[in-house]
Design a protein around this ligand. Structure first.
Ligand code: BTN
Length: 237
């Protein structure tokens, strides 16, 4: 991971740069990191606040030989690698809120956006976007984020080198990705479940199709959430 690192001062979104590089044949493990994104993309078409100098905004290009329906497994793998990398570099322990929010005491510290280029039965490229709030001060967060977001610096009271955080995350990524490719998803899923906070709890799962309310029961081997609705109906999301 990271054998090729493209550093950009300012781009609309590292996801777009990664998509283009993928279409042009860039190798697996290529990383695009930007100091600033002017149109950072979040899940569900939301914007991801990515000001210069404070956060770690990067996209990772993968070329796993898997069918498209397995791609969500990589979102869960990413959450595990980011949590472990963050802890290794800073000592901050985050938890996972399905499917890809990383929280510290209920406040979001990082987000993951997984996108794919695929043929009907094979993935051509998976673009994993990761945003980690590293050195933001509380007062520098937009007002609407102050109560729901945090940063590594806020949590520890000291700034961190973003390159150190990136190095640790990519190291943990390498470990888990190789494990996934050679041994399959099972241990990734168990590690993910151990780090997740939602199981047994009532949650609202927001998807592009809308919001579903119910009790989070677990995840399937495809990385799909099993949600039990009030009327007992089981939904796979
Ligand atoms: C979320 O909504 O939680 C996902 C946020 C993902 C943000 C990262 S920052 C790097 C990469 N480039 C983007 O435009 N988005 C992702």
């Amino acid at each position: 991971m990271g054998a090729q690192v493209h550093y950009e001062k300012s781009v609309p979104s590292t996801q777009e740069v990664a998509h283009k590089l993928a279409r042009d044949g860039a190798a697996e493990g290529t990383v695009i990191v930007a100091d600033e994104q002017t149109k950072g993309k979040g899940r569900l078409g939301r914007e991801w606040f990515s000001p210069p100098g404070t956060g770690l905004w990067f996209s990772l290009l993968l070329r796993p030989d898997i069918p498209p329906q397995q791609a969500p497994q990589l979102t869960l793998l990413t959450a595990v690698a980011v949590i472990e990398g963050i802890e290794e570099a800073t000592g901050v322990k985050a938890e996972i809120k399905w499917p890809n929010d990383l929280l510290v005491q209920g406040r979001k510290i990082a987000g993951i956006l997984t996108e794919m280029q695929s043929e009907p039965d094979r993935v051509q490229a998976v673009i994993v976007g990761v945003g980690i709030n590293v050195n933001q001060e509380k007062s520098s967060l937009p007002e609407d984020l102050q109560s729901i977001a945090t940063s590594l610096a806020i949590e520890k009271g000291t700034p961190f080198h973003r390159a150190d955080v990136l190095t640790s995350v990519l190291k943990r990524y390498e470990y888990w990705y190789q494990h996934f490719l050679h041994e399959g998803f099972d241990r990734v899923r168990r590690r993910w479940e151990a780090l997740a906070i939602s199981f047994g709890q009532k949650i609202t799962a927001r998807t592009v199709q809308g919001a579903e309310y119910g009790t989070a029961k677990g995840i399937t081997d495809d990385g799909v959430l099993i949600l039990e609705k009030e009327d007992g109906e089981i939904k796979y999301i």
